[in-house]
Design a protein. Structure first.
Length: 80
């Protein structure tokens, strides 16, 4: 089955869904990143951090993470 929420790299569209997953400081960071342009230094840095934390580079079509989709995978990772 094809998961429409799965992408090759961490998608910027997932960032707003990460709010409420951790502390107030985390929520402030998510808000700050959401207010900026997707190609800003902070936005790109946040995406790179999420790619490393989530393990996006090792995700593939047959993996459990890909079946979850990027949004659910990122939310699960942030809760841990």
């Amino acid at each position: 089955m094809y998961q429409q929420d799965a992408e090759l790299l961490f998608p910027e569209r997932v960032v707003p869904h990460l709010k409420g997953g951790r502390s107030e400081d985390w929520d402030e960071l998510v808000d700050m990143v959401c207010e900026q342009e997707p190609d800003s230094v902070d936005g790109l840095g946040f995406s790179l951090m999420m790619m490393k934390v989530n393990g996006c580079m090792t995700c593939h079509a047959g993996s459990h993470r890909a079946r979850l989709g990027c949004t659910a995978c990122a939310q699960q990772t942030i809760r841990r």
